[in-house]
Design a protein around this ligand. Sequence first.
Ligand code: KIV
Length: 275
Amino acid sequence: MAKVTIQKLKEMKQKGEKISMVTAYDYSQAVLVEKSGIEIILVGDSLSMTMLGYPGTVNLTTDEMIHHIRPVVKGAPTPMIVGDMVFGSYNESVTQAVASANRLMKEGGCDVIKLEGGRPDVVKAIVEAGIPVQGHIGLTPQTASLLGGFKVQGKSLDSAKKIIDEAKALEEAGAFSIVVECVPEELGGAITRAISIPTIGIGAGRLCDGQVLVFHDMLGLFDKFLPKFVKQYAQIGTEIVDALTEYREDVRRGSFPEEKHTFGGLTAEDLKGLQ
Ligand code: KIV
């Protein structure tokens, strides 16, 4: 299959074809996503919780992000691979932001980067440095405390207008797409109509150009909390625990390994003299 490009995503929006995006954080997950035909993989900073057990996204470093982007790039040649800029890697200056984006591209090997917040100056500088940028507005988890916690954003007309203006400014700054997180469905639709680049919603209703979900949430691999907007397509976590428990019981009972799992070649008689 042909590599998914920015042009392809643009055409999908124009034709009204919905775009799917999912997170993945290692080689084996990427191989599975490759087989599904999903257009975009986000190596999201959610890996901080799902893969590394941190309490939030703030602790994650650019080195850790690069460590996870690399195997995803190897495992999934077809989808567009988005590397997520981590907290603290683009909030000091435009120069710092460009340097961090360069690291994700050069050392990680992703195709494009994503960053949270409505900072057109930062997006413009990174795009001018030759790096495609996906924006992320609405609920931005890295700065959720400034937004009053993990809450739906844009519920008042004033805040809805601010988010639409941010989307327009990011498009103007050169972003090729925008993730819209946790806003009322009609606001997701209004943003999508207001800009010509694809919107990818998460908790942003049915009117965005595409959807993104976190791998662990949609497959039942992370049971600390489950946001209302997640659809669980499988309960892999429960299946894994059942399989591990059955294995432990087999080992205890002596019913694993069976003869078919063993190697012959010597008899107990042959080895008697060696004991
Ligand atoms: O890191 C992540 O998984 C994300 C998605 C929630 C869009 O940014």
